[in-house]
Design a binder for this molecule. Structure first.
Ligand code: PGA
Length: 308
């Protein structure tokens, strides 16, 4: 057998996603290039590794065996890279951080301060949804993740580092804007602009209403906090967002937060990494930095600031 690392890496991505298209996207390759690598591997191995079932593909028994070994090889390579990085010390090395879309409102500020202290460290930031963050943790393709709710189905270490209050937002001219202590039943009469399935904010919002025996009247659905804010501003409904996302809108009074019972819904941001992962000196330095300083650097705006 003349199996190459490249073939195994491509195969591993196809086997994980059970999709040539998604593997091609992840690896930034064309789909024919991915199919070719898998075909070459099948030729080398001398057995088919996938079988087709209608539109789906499944691993054959040989495929499952190769997947087991390819994951182990991948993990060893990652570990090798991490050990080499740690030999370079904290002042050098690379650090790959992935964050939930809402974290994007303060992550660059944190990275700027950290980079000022450690100019030799190469930082990379991925901003993505919760589902992809969980996949990244699972495949060990990221050093540290900043997210709302740590995953329960994979083994991770998680440490809370800052408050993440969720607030109800409305345009300033909304009839409830001046109301005090709005009961949840009254809130449930309103239509809400929703984030996409898989958003941590959305999960928390659904839990908040469900725990109080209420259902949310869903309005339009949007995949970005920015879109939710614009939709609320345009009168398409109320919204629930993290206070971190509306600093500018509160300052310029384009949006207000409602005084609703149970809000702000107090949540936390977590720093998460795979259990047992050997953190490089650069990753450890970033972890210590986030845990001890993030709350001071990413200051939360006051709720509905006093008139200017
Ligand atoms: P998100 O935020 O809604 O952008 O996914 C993460 C979270 O609050 O859990």
């Amino acid at each position: 057998m003349h199996v190459s690392l490249r073939q195994l890496r491509v195969f591993e991505a196809v086997a994980r996603h059970l999709s040539y298209t998604r593997a091609a996207e992840e690896l930034h390759l064309s789909q024919p290039a991915v199919s070719m690598q898998v075909r070459q591997l099948e030729d080398d191995v001398g057995l088919p590794l996938f079988e087709r079932l209608g539109k789906r593909i499944l691993l054959t028994e040989a495929g499952r065996e190769i997947h087991h070994y390819s994951r182990a090889i991948d993990r060893s390579l990652q570990e090798m890279e991490e050990v080499i990085e740690s030999l370079k010390g904290v002042s050098r090395g690379r650090l790959r951080i992935a964050v939930a879309s809402t974290v994007n409102y303060f992550a660059p500020r944190l990275m700027a301060v950290f980079q000022g202290r450690y100019p030799g460290i190469g930082l990379r930031l991925d901003v993505t949804n919760r589902e992809t963050l969980v996949q990244m943790l699972d495949s060990n393709s990221v050093d540290l993740v900043l997210m709302g709710v740590p995953p329960k189905d994979i083994e991770v270490e998680s440490e809370a580092f800052m408050d993440n209050p969720l607030v109800v937002i409305a345009p300033p001219e909304h009839p409830l804007a001046q109301a005090r202590s709005i009961p949840i039943e009254r809130l449930a009469e309103e239509v809400f602009v929703m984030r996409e399935e898989g958003s941590g904010t959305r999960q928390a919002m659904e839990r908040f209403f469900a725990e109080r025996g209420q259902t949310i009247r869903h309005g339009m659905q949007m995949t970005r906090n920015e879109a939710v804010k614009q939709a609320v501003r345009s009168g398409l409904g109320l919204g629930v967002v993290s206070l971190h996302t509306i600093e500018l809108e509160l300052e310029t009074r384009r949006l207000v937060t409602l005084d609703a019972q149970g809000f702000p819904d107090r949540r936390q941001w977590y720093l998460v990494y795979r259990r047992g992962k050997r953190l490089s000196p650069a990753a450890s330095a970033f972890r210590d930095f986030v845990l001890s300083e993030a709350a001071r650097i990413a200051v939360l705006p006051p709720l509905n600031p006093a008139p200017i």
